[in-house]
Design a protein around this ligand. Structure first.
Ligand code: NDP
Ligand code: 8X3
Length: 252
């Protein structure tokens, strides 16, 4: 029987790249995000190309009642082997004194509370299934350091870093692997979302150097997933060669 992976935020960037890579590895997939059309198109493509099984869940991870839809899946689909907690975003880049509190709510609700709601349900399945499992949490370099005006986004990713360590401890008795993947700059829709559709400003974030591509992170995640049973990758910080820290970028 094929292994099953559940990926949140599968409609773009890192999540979509993970879906493609795991499909090529013959995983059956549960793909979740808010944009139904994108989920449908991706799932059709992966079924046609790789002959795997895919189900999609239109789900806003901020909304507990929507995340609860996971419980309506059949017992077969609850045999999840890999959970990739990827759904996340940044909103704005402003000093703490003038930040938009609605932006703060969106980031905290998505990056921290959403990740928790999904993890509670899926880790319970993994415990009950008693066959181990692997949870991959997508943190960020922003969860390892803090940069000017990154305040709340950085705080949410520090929380993910902390929760990653906590999950590793709590799920140890159940032989569930837990891995934190912390990328530096990856060119995805991330900056367009952060700058609320301002494509020009978003493009500038990646100018003058080669950023990471979503595929680079998917491959890093696959490295963690494909280790032998006795090996757990606890934590990985992955940067573009041209980026030493959030504030040290070699632009040429
Ligand atoms: P994208 O904007 O390209 O993708 C984000 C994904 O998250 C989309 O599929 C989006 O789907 C989904 N998403 C956002 N909000 C919600 C929500 N409330 N409920 C469900 N799904 C949601 O960005 P990335 O691929 O770059 O980001 C993926 C993860 O990587 C995030 O956690 C981000 O913080 C992290 N990261 C990104 C870095 C980068 O430089 N790009 C660096 C370090 C970490 P939809 O809109 O359809 O719901
Ligand atoms: C995204 C990378 O540096 O914009 O997590 O925070 S950064």
């Amino acid at each position: 029987m094929s292994k099953i992976a559940l990926i949140t935020g599968a409609t773009a960037g890192i999540g979509e790249a993970c879906a493609r890579l795991l499909a090529a590895q013959k995983y059956d997939l549960i793909l979740a995000a808010r944009r139904a059309e994108r989920l449908d198109a991706l799932s059709k493509q992966l079924i046609d190309e790789f002959g795997i099984r895919v189900i999609t869940l239109v789900m806003d991870v901020r909304k507990k009642e929507e995340v609860q839809k996971l419980e309506t899946l059949s017992e077969d689909w609850k045999q999840v082997d890999v959970l990739i907690n990827n759904a996340g975003l940044s909103q704005g880049l402003d000093p703490i004194n003038s930040g938009n509190t609605d932006d703060w709510d969106v980031m905290i609700d998505t990056n921290v509370k959403g990740l928790l709601y999904v993890t509670k349900i899926v880790s319970t399945w993994m415990v009950n299934n008693a066959k181990g499992g692997h949870i991959i949490n997508i943190g960020s370099i922003a969860g390892k350091e803090t940069y000017q005006n990154g305040n709340v986004y950085c705080a949410t990713k520090h929380a993910v870093d902390s929760l990653n360590k906590a999950m590793r401890i709590d799920l140890l008795p159940h032989k569930i692997k837990v891995t934190g993947i912390h990328p530096g700059a990856v060119e995805t829709e991330f900056s367009e979302v952060r700058f609320k559709g301002d494509k020009e400003r978003a493009k500038k974030v990646y100018e003058g150097y080669e950023p990471l591509h979503a595929q680079d992170i998917a491959e890093t995640i696959w490295f963690a997933i494909s280790r032998p049973a006795h090996v757990n990758i606890n934590d990985m910080l992955v940067m573009p060669t041209a980026q030493a820290s959030t504030s040290h970028l070699l632009r040429e």
